[in-house]
Structures are given as C-alpha cells and as structure tokens.
Ligand binder design. Structure first.
Ligand SMILES: Cc1cc2nc3c(=O)[nH]c(=O)nc-3n(C[C@H](O)[C@H](O)[C@H](O)COP(=O)(O)OP(=O)(O)OC[C@H]3O[C@@H](n4cnc5c(N)ncnc54)[C@H](O)[C@@H]3O)c2cc1C
Length: 390
C-alpha cells in the first residue's frame, strides 16, 4: 500500500500552493476590511484578473478536457488543488471551468453556453431546489409545458448559487407530471436571463448569497433542452455528484489553515504565566482536530480515487461529504474557542469560517441525506462493508 503522492501530483499541488500563497493570500486583510464595511470582499473583476494570472501559470480548467483548453486533471489531483484553494478564505477558484453537465450539450449549445462559460464570458447557475423541494428534489413543481415548438416554464427556484449574477440558468423542470421527476418526468433547460426569468437576492449568514429565481411563463425554444427530454433528474444528480468530493476537499484546506492558526495562538497566548497550549484542555482540542482532519483527508482522497478508477463513487463520496463537512465545523469551532474573544471578532477570519462552513453540512445534500444514502446502500446491499478492499 502506498499513501504517497506521485511526483506529478506533488508538483501540481505545490505549484497551486505557491500561487495561492503568492497571489491570493496577500489579499486577505483587505478582504476582511471590505467585508467589515459590508462591501464584497473580492470584486468579479479582481477574481477574473487572478484567474488570468493563474492561466498564465498553467492553471486553467482543472476538470475541463484539453480540447477546450483545460487541464483535464484526475479527481485526486483536483481534490488536492481544492484543498490548496481552501487554505485562503479569499473566495478564489481557478478559471476555465464549466458545470460538468454542460459537456452533455450538443455542438450548437456548446458554442452558445459551454465555451463562453469556460472562457469566463458567460456565467451559469444550476437550479433544482424549490421552496417546496430541497432534499426531496424529486418533488419539484416548476413546470415546463409544450407550446408549439417551445416550452413554457412557470414556477420558482430558490437558494441558487450565483443566481443573481448568472446570465443563464440550467433549470430542472417537470415535463411529465404523471411519470414524476425521478422516472423520466423532468428535463434540463438552458435558459437565458433575457428569456424573462428574474432573480431575488437571499441574505444568508455567509458572505454573498444565493438567489430565488422566478419563472413566469418563460418561453424557451426546443433547442435549449439540455440532453434528452426526461433526462433532467439524472443530469441533476450528475451535477451534484461533483461537489461531493470537491466541497470536503476545500474543507480540508480550511481546517488545516485554521488549525495552524490555533497552534500558533496556543504557543504565544499566555494566561496565568504560561502559554495556553500547556493546558491539556487546549491540547485535546488540537489533537482531536488533527486526528479528524487526517481521517477526512483519506476518506476524501479515497472518494476521488474511486472516481479516477471509473468505479461508482457515490457511497465513498457521501461518506467524504458527510465526514468532511462535520470535521471542518468541529475544527473551526475548536479553533474559535482556542482564540477566545479574539476568535469571535471580525479582525480574524475564524468567525468568517465559522459562518461559511456551516453551509457545508447543508448544500449539495445535507448530512442527513448523506447518512440516508450510506445506510440505504448497506441495507439494500448496493455496497459491501469494507469498501474496495472487501
Ligand atoms: C447558500 C446555499 C446555496 C445553495 N446553492 C444551490 C444551488 O446552486 N442550486 C440548487 O439547486 N440548490 C442550492 N441550494 C439548496 C440546497 O441544496 C438545499 O438547501 C438542501 O438540499 C436542503 O434542502 P432544504 O433547504 O429544502 O431543506 P429540507 O429538505 O427541507 O430539509 C430540512 C431538514 O430536514 C432534514 N431532512 C429532510 N428530509 C429528511 C429525511 N428523509 N430524513 C432525515 N432528515 C431529513 C434535512 O436534512 C434538513 O436538516 C443552496 C442552499 C444554500 C443554503
């Protein structure tokens, strides 16, 4: 058994690490200052400029096939890079990416939606959640009915990341109520904002925020169906699958950085004449955090490896998402505690992480949904105890 990175993995990981340290981390203090003044921490133009620099560095389209100018990296390498990105709280990500399911588009749609999204000229959002359907995604109601050669979409989506900024939405709509979304009754549509949907910003405990999207008889031509009619739910599950290892990979980066801060603080902050790190109470928080971090790291890399092997990654990914999201919440909570009152201020990023990572237990499948999947796989015999070594 070999737990080491290959030379290539290490080289790519280290280059990403250098880039984040050199170009992204220097923006952190300014970001905190702006957010304290209730301004966006990073403007879209600044993000694009960073992405342009990264492109010159060779980082462009981690998951994007080479024919579209991307790096087409294995999932394990992508996971390692997401961990590097997570080390900085600047909301940076490498450019050249597009929603995985846009690669299912036909040639014409690829030119209209996929290529400009990769190039950063157009912005997408992905919309399945509705006010009455989150975890129970198959219960969506937003309907698409045929009218001549068009489809007419009516209904509402909610909590859509990037929904305020996007100029097109990938919308999962019910096209056959009898069949139901899960059994071929839902279809994915590529819907330009100019076709008539509107968005409303939703305030959350995090910085920035998702949007509600309102569709009031929005007319969409047949050529904007993504994939085949009836494939919408399967495409939605494919979209969500990607986040199940990238989200916890990001969480590992956050947890490592936060824990490093806590270790530094524990060795320098003095109470009763000695560093707080001399106390077992503090040491246990550090030890538990490191142990959970290490456990999460291997669960996540195993999930990514499963993707690279062409094996069904769903069980491993659910465990990675469940444990990784819980781990980062526990670690950041302990790191805040170790910092005492300072941890609670907006001078440090700790309270910001505390708010940010709470979402990781909710979006792209809540903790409870991951547990449901893991237990169901075992109870119905879809997977064996012991994983791929069984
Ligand atoms: C900031 C943010 C960004 C998001 N971005 C997007 C996006 O880009 N696109 C998109 O489509 N959606 C997005 N979402 C939606 C997100 O995926 C949903 O919020 C999530 O799936 C949970 O759905 P819900 O909020 O309706 O909660 P509910 O499904 O109503 O669940 C409420 C609670 O009940 C629990 N629960 C539900 N059913 C069961 C059960 N059977 N057994 C046990 N417990 C259960 C849940 O786990 C949860 O704790 C985003 C959400 C947020 C907050």
């Amino acid at each position: 058994m070999d737990f080491a990175l290959s030379d290539t993995e290490r080289a790519i990981r280290d280059t990403a690490r250098d880039f984040i340290a050199r170009e992204v981390m220097p923006l952190e203090q300014e970001l905190l200052r702006r957010e304290r003044a209730h301004r966006p921490g990073l403007e879209p133009d600044e993000l694009r400029e960073l992405q342009r620099k990264a492109r010159a560095f060779g980082f462009w389209g981690l998951a994007t096939p080479e024919e579209y100018g991307g790096m087409d990296l294995p999932a394990v390498t992508q996971s390692l890079i997401w961990t590097e990105i997570g080390r900085s709280f600047v909301p940076f990500r490498f450019g050249g990416e597009a929603d995985n399911i846009l690669f299912r588009a036909n040639d014409e749609q690829k030119q209209e939606f996929l290529v400009p999204t990769i190039e950063g000229e157009r912005r997408s959002c992905f919309a399945i959640t509705e006010p009455g359907a989150g975890s129970d995604a198959a219960n969506i109601k937003l309907s698409a009915r045929r009218d001549g050669g068009d489809w007419v979409l009516t209904g509402e989506k909610t909590f859509i990341t990037g929904g305020n900024e996007a100029d097109f939405a990938i919308v999962i709509a019910v096209t056959d109520r009898e069949k139901g979304a899960r059994n071929g009754g839902a279809t994915a549509f590529l819907v330009d904002r100019s076709m008539g949907w509107r968005s409303e910003f939703i305030q959350t405990m995090g910085e920035g925020g998702p949007a509600a999207l309102v569709f009031d008889e929005v007319r969409v031509p047949e050529r904007n169906v993504l994939g085949e009619p009836g494939q919408g739910f399967a495409l939605a599950m494919e979209w969500i699958g990607k986040g199940r290892y990238t989200i916890p990979s990001h969480a590992v980066g956050i947890a490592e950085r936060a824990l490093r801060m806590a270790i530094e603080y524990a060795t320098t902050r003095q109470t009763f004449g000695r560093p707080i790190g001399d106390n077992q109470a503090i040491q246990w928080m550090i030890a538990d955090s490191e142990t959970e971090l290490e456990a999460a790291r291997w669960l996540i890399l195993r999930a990514a490896w499963t993707v690279d092997q062409g094996m069904d990654p769903r069980h491993a990914s659910s465990m990675a998402k469940l444990y990784g999201a819980g781990m980062v919440n526990r670690v950041v909570d302990r790191v805040l505690q170790i910092h005492g009152g300072m941890g609670y201020t907006r001078e440090l990023p700790v309270e910001r992480w505390y708010r940010q990572v709470r979402l990781y237990r909710i979006f792209e499948g809540t903790d409870e949904m991951q547990r449901l999947i893991i237990a169901r796989d075992l109870l119905r015999g879809y997977t064996r105890l012991g994983g791929h070594l069984a």
